[in-house]
Design a binder for this molecule. Structure first.
Ligand SMILES: [Cu+2]
Length: 149
């Protein structure tokens, strides 16, 4: 399982000008290394089985709550048409970093059920972020993995 991925803080470049640029670079590199290791460990766990991966379409149900998403690790294969069926239990905006073109940021209202459809044209891992209405600061609620077929 990959529950530890939820507590990861995605790298943020803070605006503290007192920090030497080199130090920021080193810290960022270290953080990215740690994240890469953690994510690499997750990839094998989430892969859809062969039949699901070779299907032209895939549908996943996700519940978006105030602080998290269940499940938090939706996983598809490249070149699939993906339908995310989202049950919203919070007001806010959700988006997938790195897939904003294929899947524009979407407003959610508590009680909504909506389907988001997009083409998974690129493999990789993409953080899913929720911006709640009352606190616009985004929180990471999960990660989308697009596997190589
Ligand atoms: Cu965001």
């Amino acid at each position: 399982m990959c529950s530890h991925a939820r507590i990861l803080v995605w790298p943020r470049f803070n605006d503290d000008r007192l920090v030497a640029p080199l130090e920021v670079t080193i810290r960022t590199t270290l953080l990215l290394s740690v994240i890469s290791v953690v994510l690499a460990a997750c990839v094998a766990d989430t892969r859809p089985d062969d039949a699901a991966c070779s299907a032209p379409t895939i549908e996943l149900e996700l519940t978006v709550r105030a602080d998290d998403m269940v499940p938090s690790n939706p996983s598809v294969c490249r070149d699939q048409e993906v339908t995310l069926v989202i049950s919203a239990q919070v007001d806010g905006v959700i988006h997938v970093h790195g897939y904003d073109t294929e899947l524009p940021a979407t407003e959610l209202s508590n009680g909504d059920e909506l389907s988001l459809i997009f083409d998974a044209s690129r493999s990789g891992q993409y953080p899913i972020e929720l911006h709640r209405l009352e606190s616009p600061q985004g929180i990471n609620v999960g990660i989308l993995t697009v596997h190589e077929p």
